[in-house]
Design a binder for this molecule. Sequence first.
Ligand code: DON
Length: 575
Amino acid sequence: MIKKIAVLLLALSFLFSLPQARATAPEPVRARHGMVASVSAIASQVGVDIMKRGGNAIDAAVAVALALAVTWPSAGNLGGGGFMVIRQANGDAEIIDYRERAPLASSRDMYLDQDGNVIKDASTVGYRAAGVPGTVAGAYLAHQRHGKLPWAVVVEPARRLAAEGFAINLHLARSLRGTAKTLAQFPDSKRIFLRGGKFYQEGERFVQPELAATLARLQKNWRDFYTGKTAHLIAADMKANGGLVTLNDLQEYQATIRKPLRGSYRGYEILTMPPPSSGGAHLIQMLNMLEHYDLNQMPFNASDHLHLLTEVMKRAFADRAEYMGDADFVKVPVAGIISKKYADELVKTIDMQHATPSASIKAGVPTTYEPTETTHFTVIDKAGNVVSNTYTLNGSYGCGATAKGTGVLLNNEMDDFTAKVGVPNMFGLLQSEKNAIAPRKRPLSAMTPTIILQDGKVYFAVGSPGGPTIINTVLQVIVNVIDYGMNLQQAIDAPRIHHQWMPDEIRFEPFGLNADTRKELERRGHLFHKRAGDSGATEETGSVIGDAQGVMVESATGIRLGASDSRRGGKAIGY
Ligand code: DON
């Protein structure tokens, strides 16, 4: 009898342990009311707390953006810019474009020497690399149009984090140390972020009194950044260090409201970012091409799947290099690029057995012209308002300089312009005359904050940092969910590839590509980015691709799902 009971117990315990043993998939975070996914657990919590106090997703997004400027200074910012895609619960959607603008004193050839060659580091390091920052104007505009809580309340968590400090996590400690060479060139940056050379360790408290004082001024009046004490401090420091941004530039900066770019993929509706980002147009263009194939019949991460993705990426990035720029200044054929008819033509050139060398891919002819270290976070509230926001200083810690007396790191977004046609920028991107520098113009971006709808309701929202890899990261997350049926966490964590037409090479993540698959892709003619150990390998060899942050609505229950990329230590938090 005892033996029988023992066997029964054993069988039962086996049965109960089964679901656990089978649960191999990482699951998104689940919550009933609201969710924030960002690269910083502290910032995600700030967003949740704002919603618990009665704020909506826009209040939370603004609070998260300001908090990230404190807790994730490599990309979170006051001195940079970005894009916020907002879809309200009533179905209205709009974008706050708070991208940096070129200063009034900027000019087409400002980064070239007398012989017409690009001056090394001129558009990436130091004050001359900075565009006019847009983040504070964007945050205020979003809040003014949609926020529920008082402005001072949404600014307060960031001010407090800067004043009282927070514990540095492993990722921030690493990133500060990793950028020491650039930051050390600028006295305020060296003192604040490198503690004069005594690097912050994981777990140590990081207090930023000047930034707290700046945030306190903005809390009283956001215009302080553009016309008040902060503006004067920035302009004076710029002048003292050869920067171009003047008080006049700051005073006339304005964030802009845009309509989202719309596309569709296998019946799902895509809301995403129009120019001055190239991201949304090329995302839709690539999805349009992929729609011609039964992707879900191609095993995940196997050669056909990766071959097809690569071919699609090359064609989109060839167009990017030819056609893209700030559509407020130059004609950009967005409608043509995102048209299904154009994709029908492009896919005719794809050979599933042979890679098309990039050199033989010229930009297509999308005829319809329109009439005239980044971070992403995503928020959903209990009413169903959604915010998908990507913003940046461009490079990690921007141009490296902190405007004296403000604690505000300045961007190096000017490098996103074409310094010289035919010369790649810091992301290796070739860009055309359309993206040439001109006063007030916005540099071309790849940022792709996106929202996906199903039957007119929010299905999920996602975005990522990573320069040009952003567009391909968002593409792969969408395909992973829609074609491969992955849950949002799996879709975000799955290994990714990247191809940007030029250089003609596939980039892949450490342990992200099976050696047999690589061999098969090489047989088809694909070339690969050099890896650690290969001769000629570069510093960034072996780095991960992107850092996606997403939220989703479980259609059967309305439960909010959150997924933060496992690549950079972020966190999704709900309530
Ligand atoms: O706007 C862009 O496309 C770039 N400035 C983004 C830079 C970026 O994502 C760097 N982050 N890893």
